[in-house]
Write a protein that binds this ligand. Structure first.
Ligand code: NOJ
Length: 771
């Protein structure tokens, strides 16, 4: 009883602090670092001073409360005993307002100090209401869509007792063989930064302590996406410039947006495993960037420091990770079992332990858990918010926004309402599970409306045949599909990858359609009927035969519970596809990486094969579909650029570039206006183009709207030869257009003088105004 009383008084003290004012800044408040008052927080110090070494270590331990597909399954009596002994700081793979209330009660009322637990889960693209996979959401080029999804995901997850999501995943991915490309925003650091910041703001809201927000766990810091050969978990060998300019900016944008926690990457960077990488974590992230949030390892990544060959024992691994700045150990129990011995052997670790405990207690405080540990455990709220109509409606709208029209020969799309008989082919058209993607949280197959269900509901003359699926070698269904196609007026075939072809540990050596789908496609194309391909999956695919023979191709990714209705509305033109590719589509696997922002060469690629230039002999020099590409059922015209001031001071200068965009067709549609820049002469070779602004613009037929981009001089900085950001004098080329390979307007500005830059230019949001 006495111990409980002590706990309550500490809780009361912390609650008072939360209401106190200037030092209780919340994560997520614009412009303020997430946890800036840890050092000043007398109450956290007080709590710390009362903790035993084992209780301190306990706060650093994250245990699995279940498995991702069997949540809460490990929460038996032994686990509760650990909580009572103060040996656990957090659980993952747990859910449910009521079961987690009981677990929290044990922590708060039956452990010596009553410190609440943090409950966490991978809520990556929805909790119960599943939205499109993140790569698809990036194809919307609408950060507001990503923010809206995260807000809804947070509302649902927090109602189920979750405080913390392991999202957004902000790893830049330039090799689509890497299966985890599906979880991020694609190949570009600027687009990735906007999507990262938008999701952090959606998950965390303005107030982390509000019971309907969750802490964002930005991952996987810092170069996981650069895994060699696209093989998941493989190391990244990167020059400092590529690291700073390409892979780190979305993380920095997340820091600026107030991200309260980060997760370390599994892999090594230039030979140093990230989870023990002091230069990256402690020096750069904490000291240089000034970020004070909670840093969590990935699953068993502390233990894996041994397999990486940088720790000779579990004790070494514990010391290495703590020294590097890893606050919490996900699941490996190395901190739990081995950190005490590591500290006894090296007392210099003790202050590092205290720092980690402070940061963990600070996020618990910022989440409001000391003030009310049960704020996230309202079963009535849980029942009321799950899959609310407004959530489903938002999932539908975001799905529609994510669809990309890759090609549309002879305006085969949209289909007329009286299109006649439609042969719908392909196992993916009827695969509800796949639309939930690889992180489906609490998404249910039964919530999904498939393409087949939606098309049959919308159109009387649909004949469905499976043809082939994406996995088996059984091609026996092709004959029936061809017969159905012959009897139909138009073929709609769903091809691509099911949900389990992409995601963690789902790297592929080939980007071709898996299974016997190419044969199915060839047989359908041979019928000569109008042929619409609905391409599904979580990565860019190499589909040259489809590009050549299909009349129309819609990239529909894995679109979540409203996949079917969203695709059907695009097929019939009730919505007009306006998405753009967030990653280039190669012509063959061997063409990767084929990112648009490559460096120039002394011998730039030339279509003329008699020249010796930077290209493959056996492929054209372009990708199949370029970054930023995406068609529409209408057309858009661009005015020339207006540049308000052609010269800009290197230090503190800015200029505004504006243009008018007009819908010249007779259907409403969205255009994504894209602004690219190039520094043609600098002290180091600069990319041929780099995205620095974009705006999705909805336009009625005949309507014109003005888009203005205000560019700051520090957005032209680059990582200098000697390290650090520098802005150099000289000309900058500005290119604005509809895709990276479809530039419609050009201009130039001149930078006067030179200056030091501040942060990675891709992390800086261009101020954009739509009139
Ligand atoms: C491992 C994955 O790499 C990470 O993204 C995920 O958050 C954790 N497992 C927890 O499920």
């Amino acid at each position: 009883m006495k111990l409980v009383a002590l706990s309550s008084s500490v809780v009361a003290g912390l609650a008072a602090l939360m209401l106190a004012g200037p030092h209780s800044a919340r994560a997520g408040e614009a412009g303020s670092p997430p946890i800036d008052s840890v050092e000043e927080s007398a109450d956290i110090d007080l709590l710390l001073s009362r903790m035993t070494l084992d209780e301190k270590i306990g706060q650093l331990v994250q245990r699995m409360g279940g498995r991702s597909k069997a949540l809460n399954s490990r929460l038996g009596p032994e686990e509760l005993e650990r909580v009572r002994r103060g040996e656990v700081g957090s659980y993952l793979h747990v859910a449910g307002a009521e079961p987690l209330r009981e677990l929290q009660r044990v922590a708060v009322e039956e452990s010596r100090l009553g410190i609440p637990l943090l409950f966490s889960m991978d809520v990556v693209h929805g909790y119960r209401t599943i939205f499109p996979v993140p790569l698809a959401m990036a194809a919307s080029w609408d950060p507001e869509a990503a923010r809206r999804h995260a807000r809804i995901a947070a509302r649902e997850a927090s109602a189920a007792g979750i405080h913390w999501t392991f999202a957004p995943m902000v790893d830049v991915a330039r090799d689509p063989r890497w299966g985890r490309i599906v979880e991020g925003a694609g190949e570009d650091p600027y687009l990735g930064s906007r999507m990262a910041a938008a999701q952090v703001s959606g998950f965390q809201g303005n107030n982390l302590a509000a019971p309907d927000t969750v802490m964002a766990g930005t991952k996987h810091f810092g170069a996981y996406g650069a895994a060699e050969g696209g093989r998941d978990y493989a190391g990244a060998d990167l020059g400092e410039r590529a690291l700073q300019e390409v892979y780190l900016p979305p993380f920095h944008a997340a820091v600026e947006a107030g991200a309260a926690s980060f997760m370390t990457a599994f892999n090594a960077l230039n030979g140093v495993p990230t989870t023990g990488n002091q230069a990256l974590l402690r020096t750069m992230l904490r000291e240089d960037w000034g970020w004070q949030g909670l840093l969590l390892s990935d699953w068993r990544a502390v233990e894996e420091l041994q397999a990486h060959g940088v720790a000779g024992s579990r004790q070494d691994a514990a010391a290495l990770a703590l020294r590097a700045g890893v606050d919490m150990d996900m699941v490996s129990d190395i901190y739990a079992d081995d950190l005490r011995r590591a500290i006894e052997a090296d007392p210099a670790l003790l202050p590092l332990l205290d720092e980690a405990v402070r940061r963990i207690l600070a996020v618990k405080r910022d989440l409001g858990l000391f003030a009310d540990p049960y704020a996230y455990h309202d079963a009535r709220r849980e029942a009321a918010v799950m899959l609310a109509d407004s959530h489903r409606q938002a999932a539908r709208e975001v799905a529609e926004q994510s669809i990309v029209l890759l090609q549309n020969e002879n305006d085969v799309l949209p289909l007329a309402r009286d299109a006649g008989r439609i042969a719908l082919v392909g196992a993916l058209a009827d695969d509800a599970l796949s639309q939930l993607g690889s992180w489906r949280a609490q998404g249910q197959e039964g919530d999904v409306v498939t393409l087949r269900a939606a098309l049959e509901a919308a159109h009387p003359g649909v004949i469905y045949t499976t043809g082939v699926d994406t996995r088996s070698d059984d091609a026996s269904g092709i004959a029936a599909a061809v017969a159905a196609a012959r009897a139909a007026d138009v073929i709609v075939v769903a091809l691509g990858e099911d949900y389990d072809w992409s995601g963690e540990a789902r790297s592929r050596s080939s980007l071709e359609l898996p299974g016997r789908q190419r044969e199915l496609f060839a047989a359908l194309a041979a019928t000569g009927k109008p042929l619409v391909v609905v391409l599904m999956g979580g990565r860019p695919l190499a589909i040259p035969e489809i590009a050549e023979k299909a009349d129309a191709v819609l990239m529909t990714w894995l679109l979540g519970i409203e996949a079917g209705p969203a695709i059907v509305s695009a097929l019939f033109g009730e919505s007009n596809p306006g998405g753009k590719l967030p990653a280039s589509f190669p012509r063959t696997t061997g063409q990767v990486p084929v990112n648009y922002d490559h460096l120039p060469s002394g011998r730039p690629a030339d279509p003329d094969l008699s020249q010796d230039t930077a290209r493959y002999m056996d492929q054209p020099i372009t990708p199949l579909y370029a970054f930023g590409h995406g068609g529409s059922y209408t057309e858009f015209a661009y005015s020339p650029l207006r540049i308000d001031s052609v010269s800009m001071a290197a230090h503190g200068g800015s200029t505004t570039v504006s243009l008018d965009v007009t819908n010249t067709g007779n259907r409403a549609g969205d255009e994504v206006v894209q602004l690219y820049v190039r520094d043609p002469v600098a002290s180091v070779s600069r990319p041929v183009m780099q995205l620095r602004g974009f705006q999705r613009v909805p336009l009625a037929p005949g309507e014109t709207r003005r888009v203005s981009f205000t560019l700051r001089s520090d957005q032209f900085a680059f990582w200098s030869e000697s390290g650090g950001w520098i802005v150099e004098p000289g000309v900058i080329e500005i290119m604005v257009g509809s895709a990276s390979d479809d530039i419609r307007a050009r201009g130039e500005i001149v930078i006067e003088g030179s200056a030091a830059g501040s942060i990675a230019p891709a992390a800086i949001a261009t101020r954009t105004v739509l009139q």
